[in-house]
Design a protein around this ligand. Structure first.
Ligand code: KIV
Length: 253
């Protein structure tokens, strides 16, 4: 965990990507990414749910075990799914089970409202990456994925959240869809690294959902993502070639 603080001090950017299965985890790990997150975005990009609010702990444990088999170097972090950390005791029990499944650290959504959960997990010796800004598990109450920290009161609330998670012992904090200037100020204010997603270029690192980065979920790509590949097109192409070859007995030209 200290490595990440040192990277921040040296101005070296931290890279983080999500994985939900063994081959992707192994490929990302072999590529040299710093952190691999078994995110509860699993619910949307792998399980086909509308949002992350239906993801269960059993699903997270199953995918964490698969990812753990593929990771040798990166820090493996797993998300606490919704309603598995409503109390500090529950947060500890959920975190323990994720660690037993191979996670080295956990992440959950919430700032100043969740300092009791943060303290309880850290007291158990489990490192925590915090997650503030747009909180996908609250998307239904929020009515969509909206930018946070745009107004002065919104920015102040986020600063307070950032201070609270740093004081509580989080080793890093994800800033999701935070106005770039607010993300810059939080990054300057904290000694722990900020890992941005849709929060501009001033964060100490960046995290993306791998399916967005590689174009494997073509039905929706967040505005802030520039895909580096079009894997969905390759899958369609290979499947069509196979179908043609099998039905016609000829190779596609
Ligand atoms: O669930 C997730 O994938 C996340 C992100 C920060 C990418 O929480």
């Amino acid at each position: 965990m200290e490595d990440f603080r040192a990277k921040k001090q040296r101005g070296e950017k931290i890279t983080a990507l999500t994985a939900y299965d063994y081959p992707t985890a192994r490929l990302l790990d072999e590529s040299g990414v710093d952190m691999i997150l078994v995110g509860d975005s699993l619910g949307m990009v792998v399980l086909g749910y509308e949002d992350t609010t239906r993801v269960t702990l059993e699903e997270m444990l199953h995918h964490t075990r698969a990812v753990a088999r593929g990771v040798k170097h990166a820090l493996l972090i797993a998300d606490l799914p919704i309603h598995t950390y409503d109390t500090p005791e529950q947060a500890v029990e959920t975190s323990r089970r994720l660690v037993e499944s191979g996670a080295e650290a956990v992440k959950f959504e919430g700032g100043a409202t969740h300092t009791a959960q943060l303290a309880a997990i850290i007291t158990e010796g489990i490192p925590v990456m915090a997650h503030i800004g747009m909180l996908p598990q609250s998307v239904r109450e929020e009515g969509g994925y909206k930018v946070k920290g745009r107004t002065p009161p919104g920015a102040e609330r986020l600063m307070r959240d950032a201070d609270a998670v740093q004081a509580g012992g989080a080793f890093a904090v994800v800033l999701e869809i935070v106005a770039a200037e607010t993300a810059r100020q939080i990054t300057a204010q904290l000694s722990i690294p900020t890992i941005g997603i849709g929060s501009g270029e001033h964060c100490d690192g960046q995290i993306l959902v791998t399916h967005d980065l590689i174009g494997l979920f073509p039905w929706f790509t967040p505005k802030f993502v520039s895909p580096e590949a079009r894997v969905a097109d390759e899958i369609r192409k290979a499947a069509r070639a196979f179908i043609y070859r099998t039905r016609s007995g000829k190779k596609a030209s």
